[in-house]
Design a protein around this ligand. Structure first.
Ligand SMILES: *Cc1c(COP(=O)(O)O)cnc(C)c1O
Length: 376
């Protein structure tokens, strides 16, 4: 049987909750399941306001509107990330400014941020790669000093913490993803988390097509009308019902993922000591959520070989991002600050291994990789 890189996990209660949503007779957004999910996020992450969206991409686009960015403004971000981190801002005429990543956590190198700041800089967008936190103390200090917004791309980091504090609760705004490749899923899905009280009211308006519908339903205004720009960012109750079943099983999902992650990590200790691979580095003040397990190999050639070798045994392993700064749109819309040495090396040498609930051949995958290196 082939082993895919990812297999979406269903708790078994999704259909029940979807049926319940149908019975409730409320299928559009912002119904009972949406509210339940939002309250759960507010309580577990400790943010002021959570709004479900169609995707993390949509939440990032809302952030770019909320940040009041103007054409020509700049936002600082890593180049080693998904397209949407940059694209959400480019849609508003903003220039993404790419800086290199740290060689250990593969997150934005916080020591490179200050030299990228100009008078046009308006925000920093840290991406918590593999659900491992960026250096938030330093990033928040820089943002405070230069009066910049922080917008966390926390697509991968639900359930992770930095010095005990949940990721997604640091930035003025942060974005989550519930895409089927993430830890908690609804097919496509996401959420905008608002930690800055001054942005809450406008976030609801942007979410509801630029209307004050939310205030109307709470009885705060006597009619609802078009008051600002916005779009349709709310998912239907069918999606929220699915997502609720995942939230309910959050602890089990996290525990199972961590167990697979740790099995891989223990198994590759010897190969790392022999200098064949490098395992993920997790700072001791960061708790991660086992979003993904990767190995860093010594060269692009070695990674390509290993992908083909595993493929022969029907095991799908995959590389990750093509750096945004060297992509056609990144070259056109973005700007690079400093060298991109770690970004380029990581892009060439990182290999992601299958990690999903009920993956039952971790030992086989490990043995194949050990055999591959021992025979070289
Ligand atoms: C998955 C991901 C996204 C996009 O999430 P969608 O929900 O698919 O829009 C954005 N940024 C990062 C870092 C991601 O991993």
């Amino acid at each position: 049987m082939p082993t895919p890189f990812n297999k979406p996990f269903a708790t078994g209660k999704e259909i029940d909750y979807i049926q319940q949503a149908i019975k409730n007779g409320h299928l559009s957004g912002n119904g009972m399941f949406t509210k339940r999910c939002q309250t759960w996020l507010e309580q577990t992450i400790g943010c002021q306001k959570a709004l479900l969206t169609h995707s993390c991409t949509a939440a990032l686009e809302m952030s770019a509107i909320l940040a009041n960015l103007q054409v020509g403004d700049e936002v600082i971000m890593p180049s080693y990330t998904f397209v949407s981190t940059a694209n959400a801002f480019v849609l508003r005429g903003v220039v993404p400014v790419f800086v290199d990543i740290r060689p250990d956590t593969l997150n934005i190198d916080e020591t490179k941020i200050e030299s990228a700041i100009t008078e046009k800089t308006k925000a920093i967008v840290p991406v918590h790669y593999a659900g491992v936190s960026c250096e938030m103390d330093v990033i928040m200090d820089i943002a405070k000093f230069y009066q910049l917004l922080v917008i966390e791309d926390n697509a991968q980091g639900i359930g992770s913490t930095y010095k005990g504090q949940p990721l997604g609760s640091f930035g003025n705004l942060s974005a989550l993803s519930f895409h089927e490749t993430k830890n908690l899923i609804s097919g496509e899905g996401g959420a905008l988390l608002v930690n800055d009280p001054s942005l809450i009211e406008r976030s609801e308006i942007i979410w509801e097509k630029g209307t004050n519908r939310g205030q109307f339903f709470r009885g705060e205004v006597d009619k609802y009308t078009w008051v600002d720009v916005g779009s349709s960012y709310l998912p239907s109750e069918l999606i929220s019902a699915f997502l609720w079943s995942q939230f309910e099983d959050n602890e089990m999902i996290m525990a199972k993922r961590l167990s697979i992650w740790e099995t891989y990590d223990r198994a590759f200790y010897e190969l790392e000591k022999m200098g064949k691979v490098r395992r993920p580095i997790i700072p001791n003040y960061c708790q991660h959520n086992a979003h993904l397990y990767y190995l860093l190999l010594n060269s692009l050639q070695e990674r390509t070989d290993l992908i083909h070798y595993l493929k022969f045994y029907k095991i799908q392993s995959v590389f990750h991002y093509i750096p945004l700064h060297s992509s056609p749109a990144g070259i056109h819309y973005g700007r690079v600050e400093g060298t991109m040495k770690n970004t380029n090396t990581t892009s060439d040498c990182l290999l992601r291994l299958p990690l999903w609930i009920n993956l039952d051949n971790v030992d086989q995958i490990v043995e194949l990789i050990q055999t591959y290196f021992n025979n070289k």
